[in-house]
Design a protein around this ligand. Structure first.
Ligand code: NAD
Length: 266
């Protein structure tokens, strides 16, 4: 009898985005950068969008042989008209740019609340709006929204971020319902805490808000509810984004793919 390990395993088709154009927002940052490189490695031309010109330049340098596939675009997504325009003609849209401020509600600056909602909810709406005519025209498109566990759960002191991510979940599901008849899927990925500058910069703020030393923030606050006691790597999130762009995911839409080390299993 043939042992099970000797049997040929089912072959998952490799992701092939040759001839496709992708757009990743927040491409200079941790997750966006990993998504840009992953989609470029799958053969896509990637519009790498960020307001951070130096970070985009560094990404292009880091891309090595994929550099030709990465087109840097310096865009501040608070310019919503520019956001809509840059999305025209894309086959794959990854809404990823984000920012965070950790402050109790009564001290939360209204202008920051407004900016967070603009970049993390209104800009994705405008980018989707800009991308859909081309996607609908060809009967194929992939929208992946980088949400968070905070799209599904709240945490104290993150009013704007939690509100924006919950809104993004609703936007993503609506895009899924409208896009289905046109071959367009829309999904969220929902990571727990990822090893990126956004998290590293939070440690000081969190330390002040919780009255705990910084070294205890990671174990006592950030990873408290995670069954797997480590940060997730940006490349692991990018792999989930890539999966949602592949042919084997064409029936997955309106979903939230949770990568949270068991956080929401509680
Ligand atoms: P990051 O800070 O490393 O990257 C975010 C990028 O967004 C930066 O390059 C920044 O320049 C860009 N950006 C911010 N405001 C912008 C604007 N107005 N216009 C254009 N670009 C702008 O953060 P990250 O951790 O890679 O986060 C990426 C996404 O992942 C965010 O949506 C975040 O909410 C989400 N996320 C992060 C974590 C985490 O633990 N890091 C967890 C869950 C979800």
């Amino acid at each position: 009898m043939t042992s099970p390990s000797a049997l040929p395993g089912p072959q998952a088709p490799a992701l092939d985005l040759g001839g496709r154009t992708a757009l990743v927002t927040g491409a200079a940052g941790g997750i966006g950068r990993a998504c840009t490189l992953r989609l470029a490695a799958a053969g896509a031309k990637v519009r790498a969008v960020d307001r951070d010109a130096a970070g985009l330049e560094e990404l292009a340098g880091h891309a090595g042989e994929l550099a030709g596939a990465v087109e840097p675009h310096v865009v501040d997504l608070t310019d919503l008209d520019a956001a809509e325009l840059i999305a025209a003609g894309t086959d794959v849209l990854v809404n990823n740019a984000g920012l965070q401020l950790v402050r109790p509600l009564e001290d939360f600056p209204p202008d920051v609340f407004h900016t967070v909602l603009t970049v993390m909810l209104e800009a994705p709406f405008r980018l989707i709006r800009g991308a859909l005519p081309h996607m609908y025209g060809q009967g194929w498109g992939r929208i992946v929204n980088v949400s968070s566990v905070h799209g599904l759960r709240a945490s104290p002191y993150k009013a704007a971020y939690v509100a924006a991510k919950h809104g993004l979940e609703g936007l993503s599901k609506t895009a899924a319902l409208e896009g289905a008849a046109h071959g367009v899927t829309s999904n969220c990925v929902n990571p727990g805490y990822v090893r990126t500058p956004l998290v590293e910069e939070q440690l000081t703020d969190q330390s002040r808000a919780h009255g705990l030393p910084e070294d205890r923030i990671l174990t006592d606050v950030l990873l408290r509810d995670s069954a797997v006691k480590r940060l997730i790597e940006p490349e692991e999130v990018a792999e989930a984004v890539a999966y949602l762009c592949g042919p084997q995911a064409s029936f997955i839409t309106g979903a939230s793919l949770v990568l949270d080390g068991g956080w929401t299993a509680h």
